[in-house]
Ligand binder design. Structure first.
Ligand code: PLP
Length: 419
């Protein structure tokens, strides 16, 4: 008999995005004359900028020459990119605790979020926010830390509830947990944490010997002054936090695939046998064993993002998506929706007034609201409950569609019957 990892059987099918696609396809088939506007997409709509395309072409041409050919590269990423990251993303922001040796170039945030669980012992306690990006839960369940699934929650995981009462901001746990996944600005809620709120998490981790996995995929969307761009802006965070970043939503790299993970050399834990363990060394070992690095061509494209032209392109792209989000936010507020996010984030998190008093339970579930928006306004959204039980009754709208489509969606919201 061939034995497989039974945790795969325990994990339910990834329901959210396939169900959205299924309902959309059914609606379109039944209503071929109606134009549905996709306000659910998590992918970007602006094509790659010239500066990136030129860098991709140049690096590809180099690869066809004797002198410019690059075979296997360093598993950690080329120094030319890691040095730029250290300088432009950290030192220039006043963070001197992070250097090129702390940075590992990745093929995007999802892979590293998924792979980091390799470093955890079997019986450690994991905390995730509810709602949250599903990868944190699913990868830990696949590694056997889920326990039993009861009423949509895994008994082996600690859920940090995020609700309107706490502004969708998780509270530090009352007991000790070993690893905490934090994502700010958040997907799906769009909520960002200010300096003192982030400091609470760093203090907690220092006090309890916990590790923070700080998913910072939407860092580029931060514009509020008191919201740090990096967890390492908080003193001593380099002793307790890993930061995961991505060029996907920053520079339209969702199809190019590049990001990086910061595992500071200062991040050390005591092993069962009392030895100091360096997570940086462990991650380096893991990457050298299981990963052969990101392609030279892709890393050259990422390097181009740190030129003046690259930075300008990023600034323009982010401003475009943020404008969409701000317009959506305003339109929904005018219709008396409860609205969160959309300020330091491309996502707008929303709950219609007609959906009842939140604390007494929504009158429409997220999926019913999705159906209503689709049939009455021909707008698709992402049902909040797909990110966690605490999000029942909420939906996520995205600023990632084009300006023109966002305007059309707003006209429908403004003239529509949904309040
Ligand atoms: N983390 C969050 C919170 C995300 O929303 C996403 C993508 O949507 C990712 C990570 C994955 O990003 P990447 O494209 O870098 O794998």
């Amino acid at each position: 008999m061939f034995k497989v990892n039974n945790n795969y059987a325990e994990l339910p099918e990834s329901y959210l995005f396939s169900e959205v696609a299924h309902r959309l396809a059914a609606y379109r088939e039944a209503n071929p004359d109606r134009e549905v506007i996709r306000m659910d997409i998590g992918d970007v709509s602006i094509p790659l900028g010239d500066v990136v395309v030129k860098a991709l072409c140049k690096a590809s041409e180099d690869m066809g020459t004797r002198t410019g050919f690059h075979g296997y590269g360093p598993e950690q990423g080329y120094l030319f990119l890691r040095e730029k990251i250290a300088r432009f993303d950290y030192k220039e922001h006043g963070i001197h605790t992070i250097g090129a040796e702390d940075i590992f170039v990745s093929d995007g945030a999802k892979s590293d979020l998924g792979n980091f669980v390799d470093m955890f012992g079997d019986d450690i306690r994991i905390a995730v926010t509810d709602p949250g990006y599903p990868v944190y839960v699913d990868t830990n369940v696949l590694s056997g830390r889920g326990g039993k699934l009861v009423d949509g929650k895994w008994s082996g995981l600690t859920y940090l509830e995020c609700k309107p009462e706490n502004g969708f901001k998780p509270q530090v746990p009352t007991d000790g947990v070993d690893v905490i996944y934090l994502c700010f600005p958040n997907n799906p809620t769009g909520v960002a944490l200010n300096r003192s709120e982030l400091k609470e998490w760093v203090d907690y981790a220092i006090e309890h010997g916990s590790l923070l996995i700080f998913d910072s995929a939407y860092e580029a969307y931060i514009s509020s002054e008191d919201v740090p761009h990096s967890i390492y802006e908080i003193e001593e965070a380099e002793k307790v936090a890993v930061e995961i970043r991505s060029y996907s939503k920053t520079a339209g790299f969702t199809g190019v695939r590049c990001g990086y993970t910061v595992v500071p050399r200062a991040l050390e834990f005591k092993s069962d046998s009392g030895n100091q363990i360096s997570l940086n060394k462990m991650w380096n070992r893991r990457q050298s064993t299981k990963f052969n690095g990101v392609g030279y061509i892709v890393q050259k494209a990422a390097e181009a993002l740190y030129t003046a032209e690259g930075r300008e392109m990023i600034r323009e792209n982010i401003a475009y998506y943020k404008k969409n989000a701000a317009m959506l936010r305003e339109a929904l507020e005018k219709k008396s929706w409860m609205v969160i996010g959309g300020i330091d984030s491309p996502y707008v998190w929303a709950f219609p007034e007609s959906n009842g008093v939140y604390s007494e339970g929504a009158s429409l579930t997220s999926w019913q609201l999705f159906d209503k928006l689709l049939s009455e306004l021909n707008i698709s959204s992402t049902p909040g409950v797909g990110f966690g039980e605490c999000a029942e009754g909420w939906v996520r709208f995205t600023g990632f569609n084009t300006y023109e489509n966002t305007l059309k969606a707003i006209e429908r919201i403004e003239s529509g019957i949904l309040k």
